[in-house]
Design a protein around this ligand. Structure first.
Ligand code: SF4
Length: 318
């Protein structure tokens, strides 16, 4: 563990980390120019999506929407279509709302000020810090799950990371270790170390550039850090929908704008009511939502989808 009062150790830690990053960083497209608009898009796309998948969608997005103005002027359906495959569509909507807000104010680029960034839809403390340091090279520490895992091992923290006291400790550690001269590369190096080397299961400690500073490695507690928190129970949702077709055409409907996932398209359907079978629920939902009588509903396919704390089982009838 790096002694916070030992400047030489901090310098050694940063130097080793940055030298490793220079050699091992992934060639991500927004790292070519660090254009603030591109860094912002990459950060929003990366929030719930793995980096390898983000690259494909990022390139496609930048080709289509190269700047704030192109995002602000596009119809919402075009934005949602371009986001297809990434999920969590509120992220795309927030990008457009933020772009419109900035363009209306006469801006052509994402702001370099924390308060101004925080005033934009979809930007919280983590994303603001990431944009400030990565796009503008400002000395602001960034802490994502990867960084917190690395810190928990470096300092051999034996308390759950979510605890308030631990969060304070992690914040202090992030501030102390931050390289004030090269925050852009330092922050990315730390996140990259967590993503590539100090991974959740079986970290590659023999390849780790900062292993000599790692207390968990010394005390042989790496596999127990970070301390696991009690897992939240999944919430089960069972739904049914009707895939209606008539003379070779299929019916889909658009969700109301102020609804959850507003503006997206779906088959008519909904949750099962108490005592209902999936078939009964599909038949009821179809009549309720379309007003049509359906001659026959046959089982088609059942799919299970997990997101955040939910496990959705959807029974499709055709
Ligand atoms: Fe993580 Fe292992 Fe490096 Fe420690 S030595 S920081 S546990 S990869």
């Amino acid at each position: 563990m790096i002694d916070k009062d030992n400047a030489a150790e901090r310098v050694d830690f940063r130097q080793r980390l940055l030298a490793w990053f220079q050699q091992s960083q992934r060639p991500l497209p927004w790292r070519e120019s660090y254009r603030p608009y591109e860094v912002w898009i990459s950060e929003i796309m990366g929030q719930q999506t793995q980096m390898e998948r983000v690259v494909h969608y990022f390139r496609r997005w930048i080709e289509r929407f190269p700047d704030l103005v192109s995002v602000a002027q596009a119809p919402e359906q075009t934005i949602l279509k371009a986001w297809e495959g990434l999920g969590y569509y509120s992220r795309a909507r927030n990008i457009q709302r933020a772009a419109r807000q900035l363009v209306e104010a006469g801006e052509t680029e994402i702001p370099s000020d924390y308060e101004q960034l925080m005033a934009l839809p979809g930007i919280g403390p983590y994303t603001a810090a990431a944009i400030l340091s990565i796009a503008f090279n400002q000395p602001v520490p960034v802490r994502d799950a990867n960084v917190e895992r690395v810190f928990a091992r470096l300092a051999d923290i034996d308390c759950p990371l979510k605890q308030t006291a631990t969060q304070k400790r992690l914040a202090a550690m992030a501030q102390t270790l931050l390289d004030p001269l090269r925050p852009r590369h330092y922050n990315q190096a730390l996140m990259e170390l967590g993503a590539l080397v100090c991974v959740p299961k079986k970290p590659s400690c023999t390849l780790c550039p900062v292993h000599m500073h790692c207390r968990a490695l010394k005390t042989d507690t790496v596999e127990f850090r970070p301390l696991p928190t009690g897992k939240q129970k999944k919430i089960e949702i069972v739904m049914a929908c009707g895939i209606l077709h008539h003379r070779g055409r299929f019916f889909i409907q658009q969700r109301l704008a102020d609804d959850i996932w507003g503006g997206l398209w779906e088959f008519p359907g909904g949750r099962l009511e108490e005592g209902e079978t999936p078939h009964q629920a599909a038949a009821r939902e179809v009549v309720e939502e379309t007003g049509w009588r359906v001659s026959q509903l046959l089982p088609f396919q059942t799919v299970v989808h997990h997101y955040t704390r939910y496990r959705v089982t959807l029974h499709g009838f055709i």
